[in-house]
Write a protein that binds this ligand. Structure first.
Ligand SMILES: Cc1cc2nc3c(=O)[nH]c(=O)nc-3n(C[C@H](O)[C@H](O)[C@H](O)COP(=O)(O)OP(=O)(O)OC[C@H]3O[C@@H](n4cnc5c(N)ncnc54)[C@H](O)[C@@H]3O)c2cc1C
Length: 468
């Protein structure tokens, strides 16, 4: 490859205490919690709204937040859910028991309500938000492992922003990679890439009839109707795993369907080709649901998502790598910043029957927590190994592929974001670097801020290790 050397003067802006890249569930939590802790905080978001995959990606349900006995997810995430509920932005059948107690209870929400509440929380906390702005470069000292500043781009052009602390919540570890932090890349460092999906919204659904059908004929994921549709030639891609359609309004549904297999989300050409394929597949699902399932006959396709639903792309190599042994042992960490219990959800890697059976087995038997069980998410998975003022929260935090299949969902990402934002503010206040942070102090602050952290022992030293 040849290179063109671009020379330009980039304006230097005023500096901040904390800059957060990406405003999904992790970034929104990180920015608000940093600002509430007294840090002058800037949030950079590439799209025009907060919420990430939950809004621009149309993933309109939060994964379970309780373990069947008690709530696991508190803090900022719980605050958002409670406000969505009070303002009638959750599904009409949702009750508080769903996030306080129930096992495997997804929480559907209204996308516009979620956007609005996140906007309001940013304003109330004093976070400066820049939409339609992308982090495109970083100035970092790789030997000292310290980030000096970032380059952003928006309609006003380029600018350079310095800060004391940086939090990467881009989902793809974009900032960490630009800084030169070590990362795993799906496809390069793993034999296979978990498929992506382009979700859609549909309207005009008669949910009572749909529910009656599934009750009588069997649940979507175990139902043979999708195989009938495939046999009848309804799909350009014969995928036997139908994740399904969820109710999110009186007549509205969100389709988590149409896998985009082996998509390398770090390649623009693949993103472009697959978003087109996703739109094509959405039309197949529209025709399929209308034809085969009572209640969907008059369904209309409202829109596909403006972000591709990427499940796996880049993850940092952190001070700790959360791994499947920790998961199976239901390990508790002194420095855990959250607890969680989602099953290991690694979607089929292709359309074969063997892959479908592997997926169903993992999900239903081995890699699943029981009622009342959980595992800890330690602080060290948020810190790229050895870095002084860089944190990474959300889908691109440090774990092995299987645990990633559990913690990549919105409530877990929000807990990581809250911890990263709080830690960044603490590091500035107490002059502690990210990789030497007093984690007893962090856990104490998070508990005061309503995080649910039941560990009996806490420790000033983070748990370290990179077994995988
Ligand atoms: C199809 C699908 C279905 C899912 N279903 C569920 C579900 O039912 N429940 C659930 O809880 N979770 C679900 N998930 C998982 C979940 O939605 C995501 O993993 C989660 O949102 C990740 O959060 P995040 O904050 O790390 O990143 P994201 O939500 O991806 O947010 C990242 C944000 O960063 C911005 N960004 C990226 N690069 C830059 C840049 N260079 N500069 C500025 N901004 C940038 C993006 O625009 C985006 O807003 C699903 C995921 C997929 C793909």
């Amino acid at each position: 490859m040849s290179f063109y050397v671009l020379k330009r003067n980039v304006p230097i802006e005023e500096s901040y205490d904390v800059v957060v890249a990406g405003g999904g569930p992790a970034g929104a939590a990180a920015a608000v919690c940093a600002a509430r802790s007294g840090a002058k905080t800037l949030l950079i978001e590439a799209t025009g709204c907060l919420g990430g995959m939950g809004t621009s990606g149309l993933v309109t349900a939060f994964d379970p937040m309780a373990n069947g006995v008690e709530a696991m997810v508190g803090g900022f995430m719980r605050e958002v859910v409670e406000e969505l509920y009070e303002r009638k932005f959750l599904g009409s059948k949702v009750t508080p028991e769903q996030w306080r107690k129930h096992f495997l209870a997804w929480i559907p929400f209204n996308v516009e309500g979620y956007k609005l509440i996140l906007d309001e929380k940013m304003t109330a906390a004093g976070v400066e938000v820049r939409f339609f702005t992308r982090v495109i470069d970083a100035e970092a000292d790789a030997s000292d492992k310290r980030v000096k500043g970032i380059v952003i781009h928006n309609i006003e052009g380029y600018s350079f922003i310095a800060a004391k602390a940086f939090i990467d919540c881009t989902g793809d570890a974009v900032l960490a990679d630009l800084c030169g932090a070590d990362c795993w890349e799906a496809g390069r460092d793993t034999p296979r890439i978990m498929p992506a999906t382009l979700p859609s919204l549909f309207a005009g659904i008669d949910w009572e009839r749909v529910r009656r059908y599934w009750k009588e004929e069997g649940h979507e994921q175990g139902n043979g109707v999708i195989r009938k549709g495939i046999a009848d030639g309804m799909f350009v891609q014969p995928d036997p795993f139908l994740v399904g359609m969820s109710q999110i309004g009186p007549t509205v549904g969100y389709l988590n369907g149409g896998h985009l297999f082996n998509l390398n989300a770090l390649r623009c050409s693949e993103l472009s080709r697959n978003v087109m394929l996703g739109r094509r597949i959405a039309q197949d699902y529209l025709a399929f649901y209308r034809k085969y399932i009572p209640g969907y006959e008059k369904m209309e396709h409202v829109t596909t998502a403006s972000l591709i639903g990427v499940r796996e792309s880049r993850r940092i190599k952190g001070e700790y790598v959360l791994n499947i042994d920790d998961y199976m042992a239901r390990r508790e960490f002194p420095d855990q910043i959250g607890i969680f219990n989602k099953f290991v959800d690694i979607h089929p890697y292709d359309t074969s029957e063997e892959e479908y059976q592997r997926f169903m087995k993992e999900k239903d038997q081995q890699l699943r927590m029981n009622v009342g069980e959980s595992f800890g998410i330690p602080y060290g998975i948020l810190v790229p190994k050895g870095w002084q003022n860089l944190w990474v929260a959300g889908r691109c935090a440090s774990s092995d592929v299987r645990v990633h299949g559990s913690i990549r969902v919105q409530p877990a990402c929000a807990m990581m974001g809250q911890a990263a934002g709080t830690a960044a503010a603490q590091s500035i206040r107490l002059k502690q670097s990210a990789c030497e942070l007093d984690t007893a102090e962090l856990v104490t602050t998070l508990r005061k801020d309503n995080a649910l952290l039941p560990q009996k022992e806490i420790s000033s030293e983070m748990t370290r290790g990179s077994a995988t």
